[in-house]
Write a protein that binds this ligand. Sequence first.
Ligand code: GLU
Length: 428
Amino acid sequence: MSAENYNPYENAQTQFDNVAGGLGLDSGTLALLRQPMYETHFTIPVKMDDGTTQVFNAFRVRHNDARGPAKGGIRFHPHETADTVRALAMWMTWKCAVVDIPLGGGKGGVICDPRNMSPGEQERMCRGYVRALYKQIGPNIDVPAPDVMSNAQHMLWMMDEYEAITGNRYPGVITGKPVGMGGSLGRTEATGFGVIYVLKDLLCRLGLPIEATSASIQGFGNVAEYAARMYTENGGKVVAVSCWNVADSKAYTYKKADGCDIAQLVSIKDSFGSIDKDKAYALGYDIQDGDAWLCQDVDILIPAALENQITPAVFPKISKQVKYICEGANGPTTPDCDPLIRERGIVMLPDFLCNAGGVTCSYFEQVQCNMNYFWDKAEVLNKLEYAMTRAFRAVYDLSKEKDVYMRDAAYMIAIDRVAKAVKLRGWV
Ligand code: GLU
């Protein structure tokens, strides 16, 4: 089956069913947790620069808010669907629960391609998103954040629109804001750095020096860039990076067998994570197919782009050298591929654990906004590393104790916490 044939919401429900079924939960809890509690579908009419009006379809889904206000990003993507947003909202619930922050799970999306929109058009779309949704978001209800192709500037326009409508200051309505405007230092780096904090702790437990490892990365947006930076700063070697090339709407893999220079690649990428292919060629990169990132002889694969990238169809292409998969993206592995990965003895660091650094730092941003007192970067990153490592150790230890796949152990911890919350509230 090819990537497009997988439905992320079905994947998320399958993962849930596989684990929740064995936890002894009552049927009410199971029914409540395997689907979103609320969802909104709406349209955003936007005046385009050429004088026409374009209508964008948008979503916001609150999967579960028993442990606190819903939390999760807003994706801008031409292939966004209601089911993708449902799945992502569900994964946010497990993500916040596994790192034990007092938040629920939500997600938003707009079917659009900001790469083809002017800054003015993007601003009007962001403001339109909030005009349509302001009654259903708020610091204590549902708090959006950046995600695929959305950024700090988009968040600030959204906050400004919310404050203009409600007539008050609400920095806690959104996270991922620019530093100096209620944003937290370290938020931009947090998701990518978090992936490597978890990987570092795993390698340390296994007695393997990170300097002796190599990795191949899919994606070069915010998560991939900062994962690559932190990994190479720690001495790891990034052999290949695969990402989208806007000029001819295709993905390519950029390879340097003796190690990519991440700062150099960053200098030739745009703000949406697309590397300029001609410049990469001029710098001596070996340019291969978009899928080639998966076939490299490396120790670690870091899928940090979109969902449904590691499927049984492509699994045989994964080099026998690969021993670890760190999921920086949400849902990059399909449920039917997990048994193959486990059978081959590859250690899986599952998405909602591995990429929880972003939302954990968003939580720190909320805390700092509430105090109106902002920590320095070292303090934020220390707290982040502590939170990520603590969550990882709990998952790793449970996976050893019960001899289960790490994704299943992460689900056991997360589902148990959310199930307790709905029970304590008397919802079931
Ligand atoms: N979009 C990020 C994620 O998927 C962060 C969400 C947030 O900060 O609320 O985890």
